[in-house]
Design a protein around this ligand. Structure first.
Ligand code: SF4
Length: 331
């Protein structure tokens, strides 16, 4: 469920979403992905209910600036490709996150930064504005404070809301960066709170509000998750994976993966390793092409330890259509 304050054209990445090959006509794959998703760090200060980090054995670390520069040099040769700072950690915990943003923007690469919002100081926000970062996206869970704190264990809802308003006010009339919120919900939460009310509360503070369904499959065996599991994935139907035609994932240590669903950096999910492999080689390489055959052209998800748990490209949004109908509202 996706709502814009001023329509999709206001989104700095609408040039991607409106492109040929975005969600249709994407095969054969583009010469280079629409997005490079890059992980500044896999450190995080929270212990969220749904998050695969709580089971991940991957070493913790930070993206080195020299490695980042080499990545951005290659992205800059592919006009239109954008960078997203995301991954299995909180990007703003990288001690040089402002410098990382500068390295992207000085190469004229469009940039979107994901954050849980807790470490966004006024000084950092000022730098993001100066650098003309294109989009700052706040990640949330649930549809109200109680649901947020249930999911985002260890977080501070008041601080998040304060920082959201601070970001909105500091960017002023120029409305740059574009601000967005992505929250995700448990099926049980949808019965107790209204997605429309959530959207109305924040639209105006931010420019775009998206609501998704929380995936618990990667942490399915944890006792605190089990009570919610069945309702969460009941009856979901899977489709072909589109993601492997759209974006490439790079972990903080240069591991290149098929997508961002794997918190562990599993060998079975790797497309290469940077800088030994150039991004373009990995994108058009044998491993990535085999993955496209497996899940992008056939429904071979069960053969992959990651894809068999994936929620992407299912009919999960149908749940919101029903809810919107019940509320008397719709997208
Ligand atoms: S199906 Fe597999 S490759 Fe596609 S998004 Fe899901 S985990 Fe990633």
């Amino acid at each position: 469920m996706l709502t814009y304050l001023n329509g999709p054209e206001s989104d700095p990445f609408n040039y991607i979403y409106a492109s040929k090959g975005w969600l249709s006509d994407y095969d054969p794959p583009r010469p280079f992905p629409f997005w490079i998703n890059l992980e500044p760090t896999n450190h995080c200060q929270l212990n969220c209910l749904f998050c695969s980090r709580q089971k991940s054995k991957r070493a913790k670390g930070y993206l080195e600036l020299a490695l980042a520069e080499a990545i951005f040099d290659q992205v800059a040769q592919e006009p239109g490709t954008a960078v997203r700072f995301t991954g299995w950690g909180e990007p703003l915990l990288h001690p040089r996150i402002g410098d990382l943003c500068a390295l992207v923007k000085e190469r004229s690469i469009p940039l979107k930064v994901y954050t849980n919002g807790l470490n966004l100081s006024p000084a950092l926000m000022e730098r993001l504005i100066e650098l003309e970062v294109d989009d700052l996206q706040f990640s949330m869970q649930g549809l109200n404070e109680e649901q947020y704190l249930f999911n985002r264990v260890g977080s501070d809802y008041g601080l998040l809301v304060k920082n959201l308003h601070m970001a909105s006010e500091m960017r002023g009339k120029l409305k740059k960066p574009f601000l967005s919120i992505l929250t995700s919900v448990l099926a049980s939460e949808l019965k107790k709170a209204s997605p429309r009310e959530f959207t109305d509360r924040y639209l105006g503070v931010v420019d775009k509000v998206a609501i998704d369904l929380t995936n618990l499959n990667f942490v399915a065996d944890l006792p605190r998750v089990k009570p919610y599991l069945e309702a969460q994935s009941k009856g979901l139907r899977r489709g072909l994976c589109v993601d492997v035609f759209l974006a490439l994932e790079v972990k903080y240590d240069g591991t290149i993966e098929f997508c961002g669903q794997d918190a562990d950096g599993l060998k079975e999910h790797q497309a290469g390793h940077f800088p030994q492999d150039r991004l373009k080689e990995a994108w058009l390489g044998k491993a990535m092409e085999a993955q496209r055959d497996k899940v992008g052209r056939k429904l071979g998800h069960e053969a992959s330890p990651v894809c068999r748990r994936c929620y992407h490209n299912t009919d999960k949004y149908d749940m919101f259509k029903e809810k919107a109908g019940n509320d008397g509202g719709s997208e």
